[in-house]
Design a protein around this ligand. Sequence first.
Ligand code: FES
Length: 113
Amino acid sequence: MGKITFLPGGKSIKARPGQTIVSAAAAARVVIPQRCGGHASCLMCRVVIESGELTSPTALEVRKLPEQDIAKGIRLGCQAKATQKDCTVRIPESRLKSVVQAALEKQRKENEE
Ligand code: FES
């Protein structure tokens, strides 16, 4: 069993080889957004491999993700599976959350002036 660590929170869990990253995340009580039920169509479950390894990209991932994203270690959490080896994956911040945080930061700076 390899250990999967989820960033940014840093929670980790031992995952069975072949267990999807979404499944391992749920077992570790880490939320990975998803809408399609693991059918590789919503692309919301993207994770980035920071270190270690997962199974090779599936045919669905190769079809759905740009080649350069796969080269950067971006994977679909519903398709990528744990191996015997440890792996650290980063769950990207949602775009909506980034936009809201930027707006709040701007507002805070304006209030300070
Ligand atoms: S859960 Fe929708 S693409 Fe993975």
